[in-house]
Write a protein that binds this ligand. Structure first.
Ligand code: GSH
Length: 290
């Protein structure tokens, strides 16, 4: 199968057969992020005969596109369901892309928080929201056998990204799910640091990137929200201070939003937790993908 035929901007870096499908890794020149970006894709065997729907996966702090592909064990079920997995990196990368001045893991490289930065020196490259919502799906759908039937999922910072992007673009995603998401970043240390850096000190600008605020304010929105599934391990060392799951539970109840938010006993924040429940999440998305 040929990929991105005629598009000199995209290079195939790796290709492995797995469960009858293909695990692929590409590099492309991103206009939105003003740098070269790697992304991974799993194409199920069904993609050989037609376009398949896709689950977009957003990873957490310190991750690249390779953590999910190598640790979650999602390919077997995705192959069974005929669903592609689209796995971007977590920040812009490369020479000239600024990083946290102290090299901290929770800001800068590996920590783009899926926002469009407005503050110098971040604004030039840190436009992850637009990259995930527009550039990446446009690229994938133009050069791979992947349709515009999309679901979105993610972990921790990526769970925050999936909830925010899915809630703000409900016409583009048929379902949303998250593992251990940061659900109220305007009220936790990770979120405050990231939003102050990328968006500046005016906290009113932060609210557009907070899943609990978006859910609370959904009555003002013109369309309904997609079905939502959230799993949270109760032995997660970032729960509750950073993740603030209770805030989402309260808003979900108060607004009758219908999100299914589950605690899973004894599970921590790691990819072992994701591997344990990814099958349920993929089946949930497949049942909603139009
Ligand atoms: N390195 C950080 C934690 C970072 C972390 O747990 N990252 C999660 C996402 S928030 C992850 O998926 N890490 C990569 C992995 O487990 O493969 C620390 O020491 O506190």
């Amino acid at each position: 199968m040929a990929f991105f035929t005629g598009n000199a901007n995209v290079e195939l870096k790796d290709q492995k057969k797995v469960f009858g499908g293909q695990q692929l890794r590409f590099r492309h020149a991103s206009n939105t992020l003003q740098c070269d970006m790697d992304f991974s894709v799993f194409l199920p065997p069904q993609a050989e005969v037609g376009k398949v729907p896709a689950v977009y996966w957003l990873s957490g702090l310190t991750c690249t596109d390779e953590n999910f592909s190598s640790k979650a064990g999602a390919q077997r079920v995705a192959a069974d369901l005929g669903v592609a997995l689209i796995i971007p990196d977590t920040s812009p990368r490369g020479e000239g892309v600024p990083d946290d001045p102290d090299g901290a893991y929770d800001f800068g490289l590996g920590a783009g928080f899926y926002v469009n930065a407005t503050e110098a020196p971040w604004a030039k490259h840190y436009q992850m929201y637009d990259y995930i919502v527009d550039e990446l799906p446009n690229l994938v759908e133009s050069g791979l056998p992947v349709s515009d039937a999309r679901a979105i999922s993610g972990h921790s910072m990526g769970g925050h990204g999936a909830l925010v992007i899915g809630l703000r673009n409900s016409e583009r995603y048929s379902s949303i799910s998250a593992f251990s998401p940061i659900v109220n970043p305007i009220n936790c240390a990770w979120g405050k640091k990231a939003f102050a850096g990328y968006l500046g000190s005016d906290e009113r600008k932060w609210r557009q990137y907070d899943a609990s605020v978006l859910l609370q304010e959904r009555d003002n929105r013109s369309h309904d929200i997609p079905p939502i599934l959230v799993d949270q391990g109760d032995a997660d060392n970032f729960y509750p201070e950073q993740l603030r799951t209770e805030t989402l539970i309260a808003v979900n109840t108060e607004t009758s939003a219908g999100a299914k938010i589950r605690f899973q006993e004894g599970y921590d924040h790691s990819y072992y937790f994701i591997a344990s429940f990814i099958e349920e999440h993929l089946r949930f998305h497949a049942s909603n993908l139009r």
